[in-house]
Ligand binder design. Structure first.
Ligand SMILES: *[C@@H]1O[C@H](CO)[C@@H](O)[C@H](O)[C@H]1NC(C)=O
Ligand SMILES: *[C@@H]1O[C@H](CO)[C@@H](O)[C@H](O)[C@H]1NC(C)=O
Ligand SMILES: *[C@@H]1O[C@H](CO)[C@@H](O)[C@H](O)[C@H]1NC(C)=O
Ligand SMILES: *[C@@H]1O[C@H](CO)[C@@H](O)[C@H](O)[C@H]1NC(C)=O
Ligand SMILES: *[C@@H]1O[C@H](CO)[C@@H](O)[C@H](O)[C@H]1NC(C)=O
Length: 338
């Protein structure tokens, strides 16, 4: 009993394994369902050849007809898909996979999601389609025409939830006005079916910076001046690739949340966070930074000890008010944790 279950298991593994392509075969051809498709053998014209499908010899029947070295599959359907090889005696002359073309679905657009952190030459795409055993992405018209010159990129990391990630490279100049759309083509195999889709977009439309950095806060009269640095992954020079920032803060008195596009915000706040976006094309906002708590000296939470390197090290961010005196005294140590 145990033995037969074991054999059965092995048999299932080898059966399903044989019918699964976990990489793109070097040669494959794509046919449409219910149509006929003719395969050519890499032979001399007067060679006498035989054909095999998935290793099994093929004979003329109601679905395949051989004429000379050519083999015509008359009615493309699941059983007629797979690895076709042609032979002269014991010598294999060529082999190719016959795959079924899967029609595009409406959900296609959401299968490929691309995002760039800057205008530099790379961006990432994720593939979210389920149930595919091999997926590849390519950039440019060679790939959308599935020409041999396309440089396909294999899915790298398997992200959570079975998503695949692809690192893409483009050669658009970051300084030129962007007039060319990027075209990403994806090919995905499931059983012996192949699904192909393309997506076109401007780089500027997928740019979403990383979160910026809050560098410091300074009291300016009754306000706080927040200094924000661009994320380290953003394109340089910053003077050219300008970012705009937005600050969100919670007022201490009434707990109201407000937003400001100016770096000057009221000082009586309990916490703040910031985000950025390209200020020219108004692309997507970055993620917010984590909230930073703000304490002012007036509530005596901000105690400064002479022996400490930082003023109020237990706080993630300080607004110096009550601590002003100590700050002046310890100028050398006026370095605040971020
Ligand atoms: C296709 O089948 C032939 C003959 O069985 C085999 O030699 C060849 O390696 C197969 N091709 C692939 C890509 O597995
Ligand atoms: C076989 O192919 C030749 C030329 O390639 C063609 O002239 C002939 O009609 C074909 N025969 C059949 C039975 O299809
Ligand atoms: C692409 O993803 C990799 C790995 O997650 C990451 O290191 C890299 O910064 C990403 N690049 C872009 C442009 O998003
Ligand atoms: C706020 O700080 C920045 C640099 O940290 C400075 O350039 C700017 O003048 C300051 N604004 C005010 C109103 O003090
Ligand atoms: C912003 O990003 C979302 C996905 O995160 C995308 O659907 C949307 O098109 C983007 N909008 C812009 C203006 O880039």
């Amino acid at each position: 009993m145990t033995f037969s279950l074991w054999t059965f298991g092995l048999l299932m593994i080898s059966l399903t394994g044989a019918h699964e392509l976990n990489h793109f075969p070097e040669n494959f051809e794509v046919a449409k369902r219910d149509e006929e498709y003719t395969l050519t053998c890499n032979s001399k014209p007067d060679d006498i050849v035989t054909w095999k499908l998935n290793g099994d010899p093929l004979e003329d029947d109601e679905n395949v007809k051989q004429n000379g070295t050519k083999l015509t599959v008359l009615d493309i359907d699941t059983p007629s898909l797979g690895n076709y090889s042609c032979w002269r005696g014991e010598k294999m002359l060529s082999s190719t996979y016959l795959l079924l073309k899967v029609d595009e679905e409406d959900t296609v657009d959401s299968l490929i999601n691309c995002r760039a952190k800057s205008y530099d030459c790379n961006f990432n795409c994720t593939w979210t389609g389920n149930g595919y055993t091999a997926v590849r992405l390519g950039l440019g018209h060679y790939c959308s025409k599935s020409s041999k010159s396309c440089q396909w990129i294999s899915g790298s990391r398997q992200l959570a939830e079975g998503k695949l990630q692809f690192e893409m490279y483009h050669d658009l100049s970051p300084y030129a006005e962007e007039s060319t759309m990027l075209e990403v083509t994806a090919e995905a195999i499931s059983d012996f079916s192949i699904f192909r889709t393309s997506k076109r977009f401007y780089l500027r439309d997928i740019v979403q910076p990383d979160s910026p950095q809050i560098v410091k806060c300074q009291l300016v009269n009754e306000d706080v001046n927040v200094t924000i640095d661009p994320p380290s992954t953003w394109s340089a020079p910053y003077s050219f690739f300008s970012l705009e920032h937005e600050i969100e803060y919670v007022l201490r008195d009434d707990g109201q949340t407000e937003r400001s596009s100016s770096t000057l915000i009221p000082k009586k706040i309990s916490k703040l966070r910031v985000r950025s976006r390209d200020s020219l094309v108004l692309a997507n906002w970055s993620q917010w930074t984590p909230w930073k708590n703000v304490k002012t000296g007036t509530d005596r939470l901000c105690r400064c000890k002479n022996t400490e390197k930082y003023c109020c090290p237990e706080l993630s961010l300080e607004v110096f008010n009550g601590c002003k005196k100590e700050k002046r005294k310890h100028k050398k140590h006026a370095k605040y944790p971020q």
